[in-house]
Design a protein. Structure first.
Lengths: 275, 285
């Protein structure tokens, strides 16, 4: 059950995408997210879809696994699309009693749904192909200039990598404690909201106790190895851009320029203005 | 008459199937456990011991195969899984990590209360269980988080015992305890087995533990059940055990060395007491 949550998980296969520099992937994800909010018409949608599909194919992560990442946001997705569909004012297309679907509503519901889906798919693709360590390394390097204005960049990166490292540990721990309490007859599934919330106490108390214990142990272990923050600290594997990263940057820029071109073009010549 | 309590019929378990995390954790396990047996389950880390025992009370559902408890198929649609969990008491590794209540008494009372029996009966069981594991009256109202490591573990075991299970499964109950705490817990389990005739399954890394207490040993390797014999037989197959990263008790090695040096002893010995007798016998010759 807990294993079903795939958001933020790393998927270990060897692909071009896996080998790229994490800084590139972070920048690329940012660019991609911006790009999905640029288009407002049909052509832009095609270009973005084509780009996303080719990236998914390049990543060699099974489609089934990627789509499973959408499961947790399905409710949000349904909410936004339904509200957009029925509550937008404009030219009425269909009328069902007091509910009415407008042309503008259909348009915004469709695009809002697409944007949310692509947002999740795009960003989860980054975590599927990048280990948490690479990710924080990349972030640390990208945020390095912020040290000038006294942002504790190294500390933030370290906290992030520890937090990420603890996610699977705590998930496993939750699973274990849940089973242990189920073996003692605890019931996490039935009953009303109040009973269920109360039923969580036997799970949450041991979980917090163990989280604090682990944090304490880790702090002790770090101090025992003379950790004292980022000052003068070097890396075993410093990040270096390779040729393929340059090519990837080039492709990204090309894509972004293309999207901008399409979105400007569509604004003036909206051929496919039917939705 | 033999009474089959737990039967595993061609059990396979695969998790995360269809992804690159896929793992075949159990492969074609066939197993018959009789009422009142004292069984040791050994195997290297990751050999599937913990997965196997979690099948016994239905916490994990097998990918294929059938499990029968007292002759009833537990994967049958109408089977009462919750009552199975109270009949097969499972003590997890480091069970003290599951303590959560404000007092020792309340924590042990959690299990029986969940059974839906009346309050008086639940209270009696709680007191009995605490007595069985040797927790005194002075600790009843203490917070479980204030106790020592060994005490915490005994409270956690009492939490399972209070449900009056018919089968008691313990996953490494002695891990991380000092020698004295270890002996205390194992002795209490052994005397419980003797007095109440409860079936006990002991998962462990320590060959000494199994040699001293159990009458039957199951050996797991990479998800398969590779041996199922009495201790003497299992430990006589030293070579096979070492191939799967296991070993015999230390005394067995001592006896083997003595034999090699020409001292006339039986190498099939598994406990210190037996070894003592063998050596005395050898000296008298």
């Amino acid at each position: 059950m807990i294993r079903d949550i795939t958001i933020g998980q790393y998927y270990p296969v060897d692909s071009v995408l896996h080998r790229l520099d994490p800084r590139l992937k972070l920048n690329g994800t940012l660019l991609f997210i911006i790009s999905i909010f640029l288009f407002d018409y049909f052509y832009g949608y095609i270009a973005v879809t084509m780009f996303l599909v080719s990236i998914i194919m390049l990543s060699r992560v099974p489609l089934k696994f990627i789509l499973r990442g959408l499961k947790p946001i399905i409710i949000i997705l349904l909410f936004t699309t339904t509200f957009n569909l029925f509550l937008t004012q404009g030219d009425i297309l269909v009328k069902l009693g007091f509910l009415k679907i407008t042309k503008q509503g259909l348009h915004s519901a469709l695009f809002m749904g697409l944007r949310l889906t692509y947002l999740i798919l795009g960003s989860s693709l980054m975590t599927f192909t990048t280990t948490p360590n690479q990710l924080t390394d990349g972030l640390e390097r990208l945020m390095w200039p912020l040290r000038r204005i006294k942002v504790p960049v190294h500390e933030i990166a370290m906290m992030m990598s520890i937090a990420l490292r603890f996610i699977p540990i705590l998930l496993e721990e939750t699973d274990k404690i849940m089973k242990a309490q189920m073996a003692r007859g605890a019931d996490f599934e039935s009953g009303g909201i109040l009973k269920r919330a109360k039923g969580l106490v036997p799970l949450l108390v041991p979980l917090f106790v163990s989280a604090f214990r682990r944090a304490n142990d880790l702090a002790m272990a770090m101090e025992a190895r003379c950790y004292r923050g980022g000052e003068g600290r070097t890396k075993m594997k410093p990040l270096r851009y390779a040729g393929r990263d340059m090519i990837a940057y080039f492709i990204l820029l090309l894509y972004f320029a293309g999207i901008i071109f399409i979105s400007i073009y569509e604004k003036y010549f909206p051929y496919f203005d039917f939705i | 008459m033999i009474f089959l309590q737990i039967v595993f019929d061609h059990i396979d378990y695969i998790y995360s199937s269809g992804t690159s995390f896929e793992k075949h954790a159990l492969k074609d396990i066939n197993l018959k456990i009789e009422k009142g047996e004292f069984i040791g389950l050994i195997g290297h880390t990751g050999s599937g011991k913990s997965t196997l025992i979690q099948h016994m009370n239905g916490l994990i559902k097998a990918t294929s195969g059938r499990i029968y408890y007292n002759g009833e198929d537990i994967y049958e649609k109408n089977y009462d899984m919750r009552s199975l969990r109270s009949k097969v008491g499972l003590v997890f590794q480091y069970p003290e990590h599951q303590l959560f209540e404000t007092t020792v008494y309340k924590d042990v009372n959690f299990g029986p209360k969940n059974l839906g029996i009346d309050k008086l009966e639940a209270d009696i069981r709680t007191y009995e269980a605490l007595k069985m594991v040797g927790i005194g009256e002075d600790l009843l109202d203490a917070s479980p988080f204030e106790l020592s490591g060994g005490q915490k573990r005994r409270v956690a075991i009492a939490g399972i015992l209070a449900m009056k299970p018919e089968v008691l499964v313990l996953d490494e109950p002695t891990a991380g305890l000092d020698p004295r705490g270890r002996d205390e817990i194992l002795d209490q389990i052994a005397s419980l087995h003797e007095e109440s005739g409860i079936t006990v399954i002991l998962v462990t890394h320590s060959m000494e533990d199994v040699a001293n207490y159990v009458d039957r040993i199951l050996v797991m390797n990479r998800g398969s059940l590779v041996m199922d014999h009495e201790p003497r037989e299992v430990f006589s197959r030293l070579k096979e055990l070492e191939e799967i990263h296991l070993a015999a008790p230390q005394v067995t090695y001592v006896m083997h060395t003595l034999r090699e040096k020409g001292f006339p002893v039986n190498t099939g010995v598994t406990t210190v007491d037996e070894a003592k007798n063998e050596i005395i016998k050898g000296l008298k010759l």
